[in-house]
Design a protein around this ligand. Structure first.
Ligand code: GMT
Length: 377
């Protein structure tokens, strides 16, 4: 195997695209490839020291004239420096803006100096479904995608959306997100379970960045309905714009004793291990990595029939999918599943089996194959 030197551009903070990019880099480094993460802060899933991994921080200096920090320009310059110094073979950028456009700029600067470096763009969802639909970004996104040496999306649904919203001339390959199911095969912490479910209440969990697209209020409304028929506790992991509203809604419903806001966690594995059900009522979700993580922990999912979710969660098999906003249906499905031990058990098994189809060791070779094809062009 020839080792490849790869520059990975990503959003480092909490978010599925950063998680996928970091885990991909870690897996590639383990296989002997040299990985350079280029971003503005250390990716939260990176942790400590890893052989073959380098982290390069992009810092934008303050200057009174800059009302908006020119991050993309500094990023492009940084890429140029790193490609030259470390003799990188390839760039893999996660998220179209500003990463694909910065990679394009760096590629042109390097070409001018006689250095050829291809860049692969992986689209994750919000770059296309939310940000991309904003007309002010459209020309840059279309151009940066079309100039990429290869383009991937994390689901068929996202590929269809991309082709529907932008004039894309480039072939798009679907490479789904992945997971190391072994990492989720942890013992249930009985003490923790007792802490949140002292009387055997069913534990329902959710993990996200609490942005509008996640429809957090639907979780609270659905859970309040569920409490009329079953005893349960809701564990909410993450933080973001809708947390305060969710806290207020708990007060209005009078269910504060049943809801725990756990805030941001580096990993939600322990919470998933004690969960009976996972809720993801998103407005749109290109893939739903959080649902896949729950399934890897053997937790069935209540979600919405949106974007790439149906590709990951099969309705009536690994969970139930409702129309966006139909909290009554979500609550009824949850009650049905949690009240039928046999059904719950078979959904748990199905969820884990499905997660195994997205095993890291099956998906990472697809990226490597794409790298090799791109490099040989
Ligand atoms: O969902 C978010 O708010 C974060 C966002 C991101 O860019 O990190 O997640 C997107 O990418 C994930 C990884 O590919 C997908 O699993 C999420 O479904 C996708 N989010 C949306 O489409 C809303």
């Amino acid at each position: 195997m020839t080792s490849i030197k790869i520059g990975i551009l990503l959003y480092p903070t909490f978010g599925g695209s950063g998680v996928v990019a970091t885990e991909l880099g870690k897996a590639l480094a383990k296989q002997g490839h040299e990985v350079h993460f280029i971003t503005y802060s250390r990716p939260f899933k990176l942790g400590g020291f890893y052989e073959n991994i380098y982290y390069h921080e992009v810092r934008v200096s303050e200057y009174p004239l800059f009302e908006y920090a020119p991050y993309e320009l500094v990023l492009s310059s940084k890429i140029v420096d790193i490609v030259k110094y470390y003799k990188l073979d390839l760039l893999h950028v996660h998220y179209a803006i500003p990463h694909a456009s910065a990679a394009y700029m760096a590629k042109q600067i390097l070409l001018d100096q006689g250095i050829k470096i291809p860049y692969i763009t992986t689209l994750h969802g919000t770059d296309i479904t939310l940000v991309g639909k904003d007309a002010s970004f459209e020309p840059v996104i279309t151009f940066a995608i079309n100039q990429s040496d290869a383009v991937t999306t994390v689901s068929q649904s996202l590929k269809d959306d991309t082709l529907g919203h932008f004039k894309i001339k480039k072939e798009i390959e679907v490479i789904p997100n992945f997971i190391g199911t072994q990492d989720y095969a942890i013992e249930v912490d009985e003490g923790l379970k007792k802490r949140y479910s002292p009387n055997g209440e069913k534990i329902i969990s959710h993990v996200s960045n609490f942005r509008k697209v996640k429809r957090i209020p639907d979780i609270i409304d659905a859970f309040a309905l569920m409490l009329k028929s079953i005893s349960g506790k809701l564990l909410l992991v993450g933080d973001g714009p809708l947390r305060h509203k969710a806290e207020e809604m708990c007060k209005e419903h009078g269910i504060c004793d049943h809801v725990y806001f756990l805030g941001k966690l580096k990993s939600a594995k322990e919470v998933l291990a004690i969960s009976d059900l996972f809720m993801l009522p998103s407005e749109s979700e290109s893939f739903g990595l959080a649902a896949l993580e729950a399934m890897a922990a053997g937790v069935p999912v209540i979600s919405t029939n949106t974007g790439g979710v149906p590709e990951v969660v099969e309705h009536n098999k690994e969970g139930f999918l409702s129309q966006v906003g139909d909290v009554t249906d979500m609550a009824n499905n949850a009650i049905k599943l949690l009240s039928d031990a046999e059904m719950h058990d078979s959904f748990k098994k199905n969820a884990l089996l499905k997660a195994k189809r997205y095993e890291l060791k099956e998906i990472v070779p697809l990226y490597l194959d794409l790298y090799n094809r791109t490099l040989s062009e």
